[in-house]
Design a protein around this ligand. Structure first.
Ligand SMILES: [Cu+2]
Length: 160
């Protein structure tokens, strides 16, 4: 076996291991929760946002009702609305998951708001978040904290 083949194989293995780690999705009945993540928070921030893509592969609608996590004293499900030229976050009673569709929770849109954080969220950290769906029930997913990137236009500056 040549050296270059071995290196290639090693690189391929590393890539496979990495992509497996990053695939990071969870299944609950006909729901798939893909890539749940949260933004790193500034050291003084008391709140942070958690995001993910939820796909409903089933033929019946479901709803994300609420979430909870040991890292935050309270959580709310939020959306972002434009109010004049200010973006504001509003609590919503639920996120509707239509049959055979995907909903993306992302900065500037739907998110799980982690309120009264017990400690800042640091890039690379992982923590559990338990999601409650109206029909599918409960699942605990691992949230991976990612670095803040781009302009700081998220929760810190937004009004509730
Ligand atoms: Cu929010």
């Amino acid at each position: 076996m040549s050296i270059s083949f071995r290196l290639g194989a090693a690189a391929l293995m590393a890539l496979l291991v990495l992509s497996a780690a990053w695939a990071h999705d969870f299944t609950l009945g006909s729901l798939t929760i893909d890539h749940p993540w949260a933004r790193e928070t500034a050291s003084m921030a008391r709140a942070g946002g958690a995001f993910m893509t939820i796909e409903n592969k089933g033929g019946t609608p479901d709803k994300l009702l609420r979430a909870r996590s040991p890292v935050a004293a309270r959580t709310e499900v939020h959306t972002v609305i434009r109010d004049g030229d200010v973006m504001r976050m509003r609590e919503v009673p639920a996120i509707e998951l239509a049959p055979n569709s995907k909903v993306e929770l992302k900065p500037g849109g739907y998110h799980v708001m982690l309120m009264e954080l017990k400690a800042p969220l640091k890039a690379g950290d992982k923590f559990p978040l338990t999601l409650t769906f109206e029909k599918a029930g409960e699942i605990t997913v691992d949230i991976v904290v990612e670095k803040l990137s781009g302009p700081q236009t998220d929760h810190g500056k937004m009004k509730h």
